[in-house]
Design a binder for this molecule. Structure first.
Ligand code: AVJ
Length: 324
């Protein structure tokens, strides 16, 4: 019988006290900002799944087909006994790799690590049906705090950090996070990282301004998360979704822009926040990369690039990385 286990390291008390601190800092700063990790409550994770299926949202599709393409070669050459995925979400894309790993016989264990317990539960249940011979282990945590909860391993490990999630962080944070991730790798282990690439602005902007308004709902949902967490009274519908590509910084910026003057009281923090157009609340940065910017960042993190797999027309890339 395969073994299933899920460990939750997110302590509610820590989560809400971090949220209180983040929101107090962010909403009293200029420009006002909120960290993107607060998108992902149960509803937010659900809306994100819908985003990944939108015709305009190319990153998911591009990465998935690239992963399908390279999985046989990757498994044949690395023969990992363990795959660990950071920010695994529904683990949908990963199946290509797990299928090949199971067929090859090398793969013994899959560790899914995500901030959302509900999504991990669902994923682990489904994976268990599909992979009768694999040990499936779920870890609920925040990869800026709980990477040390990933158990040590004996065989070769392949770590996955897909979806372009690294792009949500700023340069300093990315380098720090890559350094932390590197500590999970023995010399023969590898890390596969997904990067969305700089491309035609219209294509990028369309991916974050879908015609069905799903991304707008995703963006506004952060105010529901804050309302629930800090007893505040923001009206999400009073804000419009605003997303544009900042060319100089090579990133999509998502903002919430009030349609008229808004005043919200945050009971837990005992602060009042006033905001009127054209001021916005900056909710996300999604950085886009080039082969060169990735190489430079890896070098600064003490990692070395082993392979670079780019999708047709440089729509997306996967970098296979090892400890130097
Ligand atoms: C999960 C951070 C990779 O930046 O494309 C999707 C999040 N935001 N649409 C991204 C997101 C708006 C996504 N990442």
């Amino acid at each position: 019988m395969p073994e299933i286990r899920i460990d939750n390291h997110l302590d509610d008390h820590d989560f809400f006290s971090n949220m209180a601190q983040d929101v107090r800092d962010g909403l009293t700063a200029n420009p006002k900002r909120l960290p993107p990790k607060y998108f992902y409550d149960e509803r937010g994770s659900d809306i994100f799944e819908q985003i990944t299926k939108l015709p305009e949202y190319y990153p998911m599709r591009e990465e998935e087909s690239l992963l399908n393409l390279i999985s046989p070669g990757l498994i044949a050459s690395l023969a990992p006994s363990e795959v660990v995925e950071l920010g695994s979400g529904s683990s949908t894309k990963t199946r290509a790799l797990l299928d090949v790993g199971q067929a090859n016989g090398c793969l013994k264990r899959y560790v899914a690590f995500d901030v959302s317990e509900s999504i991990i539960r669902l994923a682990v249940k489904e994976l268990l049906q599909r992979y009768k011979d694999l040990e499936i282990y779920g870890i609920v945590g925040d990869f800026q705090h709980h990477l040390d909860k990933i158990p040590v391993h004996v065989g070769r490990r392949l770590l996955l950090f897909l979806g372009g999630t690294l792009g949500n962080f700023y340069r300093e944070e990315r380098i720090e996070l890559l350094g932390e991730i590197c500590r999970l790798l023995k010399p023969d282990d590898r890390l596969l990282v997904g990067f969305d690439l700089v491309k035609d602005t219209a294509l990028i902007e369309a991916a974050y301004n879908d015609s069905q308004g799903v991304t707008a709902e995703f963006n506004r949902n952060m105010l529901n998360v804050i309302n629930a967490g800090l007893e505040s009274d923001f009206s999400p519908e009073a804000f419009e979704h605003y997303a544009y590509f900042n060319t100089a910084e090579a990133r999509i910026e998502m903002h919430l822009r009030p349609r008229s003057k808004q005043i919200a009281y945050l009971k837990t923090l005992d602060i009042t926040v006033e905001i009127e157009p054209p001021e916005t609340i900056w909710t996300e940065s999604s950085h886009k990369f080039t082969g060169e910017s990735v190489r430079e960042m890896l070098a600064a993190s003490g990692l070395s690039l082993k392979e670079w797999y780019a999708a047709p027309k440089d729509m997306f890339a996967l970098a296979l990385v090892g400890p130097t």
